[in-house]
Design a protein around this ligand. Sequence first.
Ligand code: AMP
Length: 287
Amino acid sequence: MSGMKRIQSPRSMQELGLEWRRQGICVGLVPTMGYWHEGHLSLMRWAREHCDLLVASIFVNPTQFGPGEDLENYPSDIERDSALAAECGVDVLFTPYKAEMYLPGHGTWVNVPELTKNLCGRSRPGHFQGVATVVCKLFNLVQPTFAAFGEKDWQQVAVIRKMTRELDIPVRVEGRPIVREADGLAMSSRNVYLTAEERAVAPHIQKGLCLLEGMVRAGERDCGALRKAVRDYYAAWIPSGVLDYLELVDPETIETVDHVHSDFLAAVALRLGKARLIDNKRINLEK
Ligand code: AMP
């Protein structure tokens, strides 16, 4: 395929996707909500190296936003994203029309309840139902061989993996590492909501997780003590932040662990001004 193509009609996308599948072409998909940063681009560059045809999608999916969340203000710059897509070697930029993704009366949903009781599933009811449903639709429309997702949204990758496996969807799900700013803040489209003061203290979100890892590696096994130390750290260094959750969970089941295992995930969500920021750290004591 020469030159990047932009497709807005879900039906046209599906016709093309089905044709590619018939031809046995390896198609990579990177689903996004746009306003790209290096985190998105790293997924595209990685996918580019592993497929024949690369599709990136931009869709600010209304069904994954709860009441009072930032759906209306979600940042967007389609011109810039388009230019970046072309630079990354994207073959098709799929930006579906909202009205064609959800027809009036839409009432079919994908739910993965076991993995969504904790973390963001608890603080954003309905969020993962919206995510799983839209990703399932994107898989059916694009018919990719694989799709790449960022581990910044660890729970999201776990949900999509389980959905794909249990619904026999023939797509390989690839989780990719978190991309950070030089000072450690996990990149996010929502970082633009931060004021200069908030941006200056935001790197402490990750530093708190590093503190936790240091304590575990030094022998601390008491989850209560670990969480208290990080909560105290956030209270001291990000006094204007409101902690939504700080949990130690099993990386696959997303269930809270009572005792530190050899392999677990520390996950945090913190509200800072207008932004709700998430981050996580996998801590594997065998590595
Ligand atoms: P979003 O546009 O925020 O829905 O994100 C689209 C994809 O990019 C998801 O798979 C995210 O997990 C991934 N992503 C977002 N931020 C980062 C980051 N800092 N590092 C790696 N992947 C990311």
